[in-house]
Design a protein around this ligand. Structure first.
Ligand code: AR6
Length: 168
């Protein structure tokens, strides 16, 4: 069984085998976690993302999918980029959010990663309510078969930490 731990902090400081980026389908950077990862990780990550766009994802990485690159200068070995769904009041997109966690763990298994750090995907710019995002994150990681030993949720503020603690 995977061990789930919670920490409050900045995911770019995590020395995990892989850190997950809450990216967008362009893979070319943005704000939030994505901006922080590219800033701290340096240009090597963007160069790897540009290669992936050229080789595999000319139309962008679809929502709910995940793909790995170098972690550049980050203290992690790999970055796994995943594209969360934008929150919608009209449409239930929970399955796409669950897919981000599942697909990231699948990619982590391919990499042989034993420790993986996740942010609270979609709960920033993409507007997903934190309590629901936390519930989906915890439930999906708990029920996904994986060889990853530890999943660490790195929550940016006290409110996010509290939501994950409740979900756990
Ligand atoms: N470490 C950990 N968590 C963080 C950090 C950090 N350094 N920075 C922000 N958070 P977001 P999304 C939290 O917006 O909602 C980008 O522009 C933040 O408080 O990073 O999936 C992409 O390019 C929130 O709880 O990702 C996309 O266009 C959570 O991480 C879009 O934003 C996710 O917030 C993706 O939006």
């Amino acid at each position: 069984m995977v061990r789930i731990t919670l920490v409050q902090g900045d995911i770019t400081a995590e020395a995990a085998d892989a850190v997950v980026n809450a990216a967008n389908s362009s893979l070319l950077g943005g704000g939030g976690v994505d901006g922080a990862i590219h800033r701290r990780g340096g240009p090597e990550i963007l160069a790897a993302c540009e290669d992936l766009r050229r080789s595999h994802y000319g139309k962008g990485l679809p929502t709910g999918r995940a793909v790995a690159t170098t972690a550049g200068r980050l203290p992690a070995d790999h970055v796994i980029h995943t594209v969360g769904p934008v929150w919608s009041r009209q449409e239930d997109r929970s399955e796409l959010l669950a897919s981000c966690y599942r697909e990231s763990l699948r990619v982590a298994d391919e990499l042989g990663a034993r420790t993986v750090a996740f942010p609270a995907i979609s709960t920033g710019v993409y507007g997903w309510p934190m309590d629901d995002g936390a519930r989906i994150a915890i439930e999906t990681v708990r029920t996904t078969p994986t060889r990853v030993k530890e999943v660490r949720f790195v929550l940016f503020d006290a409110a996010a930490y509290a939501a994950f603690e409740t979900a756990l």
